[in-house]
Write a protein that binds this ligand. Structure first.
Ligand SMILES: NC(=O)C1=CN([C@@H]2O[C@H](COP(=O)(O)OP(=O)(O)OC[C@H]3O[C@@H](n4cnc5c(N)ncnc54)[C@H](O)[C@@H]3O)[C@@H](O)[C@H]2O)[C@@H](O)CC1
Ligand SMILES: Nc1ncnc2c1ncn2[C@@H]1O[C@H](COP(=O)(O)OP(=O)(O)O)[C@@H](O)[C@H]1O
Ligand SMILES: [K+]
Length: 498
């Protein structure tokens, strides 16, 4: 599992070490210089003679950058520091000067234009403008330099390394404000930060290397990302004496006369993910049975529900079945996935074993219906913030679909899963995901009732498996939702072997 901690968590963990004189900045800068040296050796064979340009802000992030620049200068690199403030970390500046680095105040437009030449000639640029002390987008001279960097021709573009985080990201919430450099590598100190996992900030962060500073961090991370072994540990495995009812029955209320395919795809997701049995309720029974003869059509006991996918607003009978299923789930302590058409008829407050699976547009509509202001674009710009708001307003676990899927549950549980290729953004893929998650909740129904944070972990696991199934179905190329479902058994088997 990848784990990340907030700026406050990291600062609190650093405090006792700093108080006892541990030289954290020197350690951070040393590790940064090692990583940059490795990149330079990979791209040009040696550090000696490499041109290194430092973007230096007013805080300790700039201090790290100057100290790393000094170490690289001592290894023969030609280092230029572009200072963007009249305040600069004194120790860092002394170290760079002592190592014969060049120091250039870059405080106005003319200086930024001159500096653009340094940027274009550089082999590597270190972004040391803002770290965990940044508030809002980069202001002033630093923003001018980032704009110059962004507009360099592609063939003049140096390797860009972010110091701790790319400057301009919301460290704790993954937002981006103003100019944010698109970096190739982020070397982050003490712990990974949420912005390096969360959209849209993480898209700017490139590869992430975490430098261990020996911090003692709180037990619960702010945002996590499941990996294969975590999913294997969460997956419900049939025992030798299992039968289909023990393994979990999933009630599926999906599809309508207008969208029968949603029911077929959702059943495919659940069946291929290995559910004990699917019971289907709705008008698409013949289509579901034709595609999946293993499905049972009609009412009966279930351990979990998935409701709403492909349920059209003009289908009052299917909407009534969704309402009945939701009431049953709430009254009998059965976990439920609430998708698409069912999001509009969700009760005001629900427990966390109800998992909402909106995309950004549906999440915005859900928030607006509860008196909050939100547009689709605002949700996409701050997925964690809006998923958390939806959790706070409804009580539900929230899985917000997107290129990176964000999951929020109670007690601060949060996940960011970036497992699928962009090809997964295809009609019906969400229906398959609902089926996979339903299968997991049916298989671990009692556990999901006992541990209110488990539905969030299962939702993240479903997103991982779904994304990997899209890769597996056709590596590097297009997939249909049906292809994704067909790839599930092999992907699950692969994860369980890992
Ligand atoms: N606490 C520590 O001892 C350690 C900190 N480290 C480094 O220190 C960084 C945090 O240092 P700081 O707390 O000094 O914070 P930063 O260096 O992130 O930035 C703070 C400075 O930037 C200015 N600033 C804030 N927002 C701005 C904006 N939007 N535009 C322009 N200027 C802005 C502030 O006025 C302040 O001077 C970490 O990210 C990490 O790189 C590492 O050296 C490891 C040890
Ligand atoms: N850019 C993207 N990259 C990877 N996966 C994506 C991207 N955009 C959306 N997805 C995934 O594709 C699926 C689309 O689901 P959804 O929006 O519900 O579509 P539908 O309702 O047609 O099934 C979700 O699992 C979502 O996370
Ligand atoms: K930075």
């Amino acid at each position: 599992m990848l784990t990340s901690w907030t700026a406050d968590d990291v600062r609190a963990a650093e405090r006792p070490l700093l108080a006892s004189g541990v030289p954290l900045m020197e350690r951070a800068a040393f590790a940064l210089a090692v990583h940059v040296g490795r990149e330079l050796r990979a791209t040009r064979g040696r550090v000696g003679g490499a041109r290194v340009t430092l973007l230096v802000g007013s805080g300790n992030n700039g201090g790290d950058t100057l100290h790393a620049g000094a170490l690289l200068a001592r290894r023969g690199a030609q280092v230029t520091a572009l200072l963007t403030s009249d305040r600069t970390h004194a120790g860092g500046l002394d170290a760079l000067r002592a190592a014969h680095g060049r120091v250039v105040p870059t405080l106005d437009d003319a200086a930024a234009d001159d500096a653009a030449q340094d940027l274009a000639r550089a082999d590597v640029v270190l972004d040391g403008l803002l770290g965990i002390g940044g508030r809002g987008g980069v202001r002033g001279p630093g923003a001018r330099l980032l704009a110059r960097l962004r507009t360099l021709d592609a063939d003049a573009r140096p390797l860009v390394v972010a110091v701790d985080v790319p400057s301009g990201v919301g460290v704790d919430d993954g937002t981006r404000t103003g100019e944010v450099p698109d970096v190739d590598l982020t070397v982050t100190f003490g712990a990974c930060k949420p912005a390096l996992l969360l959209p849209p900030a993480a898209d700017a962060a490139g590869r992430v290397e975490v430098v261990d500073l020996g911090l003692t961090l709180p037990p619960r991370p702010a945002v996590a990302r499941l990996e294969a072994t975590d999913v294997a540990a969460l997956w419900p495995l049939p025992g030798r004496d299992a039968h289909k009812y023990v393994r979990g029955v999933l009630g599926v209320v999906a599809g309508s006369a207008r969208y029968p395919g949603a029911a077929v795809l959702q059943a495919a997701g659940a069946v291929r993910a290995g559910v004990g049995m699917v019971r289907y309720l709705g008008s698409a029974g013949p289509q579901v049975l034709a595609a999946h003869p293993e499905v049972v059509v009609g009412e009966g006991r279930v351990q979990a529900w998935v409701v709403g996918s492909g349920v059209a607003p003009d289908d009052p009978e299917q909407r009534a079945r969704v309402r009945d299923a939701l009431s049953h789930a709430l009254a009998h302590d059965e976990p439920a996935v609430v998708d698409a058409g069912a999001l509009e008829i969700l009760p005001d407050r629900v427990p966390p074993h109800v998992v909402l699976t909106p995309h950004a547009g549906e999440l915005a509509a859900l928030l607006v219906a509860r008196g909050a202001h939100a547009t689709r674009a605002e949700v996409e710009a701050a997925p964690l913030v809006h998923a958390r708001r939806a959790h706070d307003l409804t009580g539900a676990t929230v899985l917000l679909k997107g290129g990176t899927t964000v999951v929020v549950g109670p007690h601060g549980a949060a996940y960011a899963q970036a497992d699928g290729p962009s090809w997964l953004a295809t009609a019906g893929a969400g229906d398959v995901l609902g089926g996979v998650l339903g299968a997991l909740l049916a298989g671990r129904s009692a556990d999901a009732m006992a541990d209110p944070t488990l539905p969030a972990a299962l939702a993240a696991a479903a997103a991982l498996v779904h994304g990997r199934a899209a890769h597996h179905a056709n590596p590097g190329g297009p997939v249909s939702a049906g292809d994704v479902a067909d790839a599930l058994p092999a992907v699950v088997a692969g994860l369980l072997r890992a």
